[in-house]
Design a protein around this ligand. Structure first.
Ligand code: HEC
Length: 161
């Protein structure tokens, strides 16, 4: 009896482990063959995203009215406006993240590529650990949403011109 129970438990953990592996592989496929610039390990970046960011931003970066604005199809637009690059790393969810500077830089580079590669400037220089380390010492607070609105307005104007 106890033996049977053990077998069932062992089987269940094998099934669970293979499900986790399958999910991980799926994401690796999604990440494509070539690792984006500034991303040493796309698998690791995706895991960090899953554990630290997607709770508010959703797995596909679309966010929701109650949690966070959509990053999908938008986030890299900030990079073409002065101050935008800094803004992206100073929002509270990024600056105050539990991730190390190096892991956070990797997630940022991965996120820009994963959710909005069509707006990545051709001359985009990936975030480095040192840059992130600098920027996160000056986290934005309530002013984040006003700065966000101003930057997006400038991005829209830049396109209209
Ligand atoms: C507690 C919820 C929460 C978590 C966790 C969170 N964010 Fe955010 N994020 C937000 C909100 C809300 C904003 C909008 C700016 C603001 O008001 O803070 C935002 C803005 C951003 C922006 C700026 C883009 C824009 O459109 O304003 C980026 C980039 C970003 N988050 C990335 C991340 C990454 C990467 C992580 C994980 C390391 C993360 N966020 C974790 C809630 C969160």
């Amino acid at each position: 009896m106890a033996g049977a129970l053990l077998t069932v438990t062992a089987l269940a953990s094998v099934v669970l482990a293979s499900m986790v592996l399958a999910a991980a592989n799926e994401s690796a496929d999604e990440a494509g063959e070539a690792a984006p610039a500034g991303v040493a390990n796309p698998q690791r970046a995706w895991q960090h995203w899953t554990l630290n960011c997607q709770g508010c931003h959703r797995p596909d970066g679309t966010g929701s009215d109650q949690t966070a604005p959509s990053l999908a199809g938008t986030v890299a637009r900030f990079l073409s406006v002065p101050g935008g690059r800094e803004y992206l790393s100073r929002v509270p969810g990024v600056a105050a993240s539990a991730l190390s500077d190096a892991d956070l830089a990797e997630v940022m580079n991965w996120m820009l590529w994963r959710f909005d590669r069509q707006h990545l400037p051709a001359d985009f220089q990936p975030y480095t650990a040192a840059e992130i380390g600098q920027l996160r010492t000056r986290p934005l607070r309530l002013e984040a949403s006003q700065i966000r609105a101003d930057l997006l307005k400038k991005a829209d104007e830049a396109i209209a011109r």
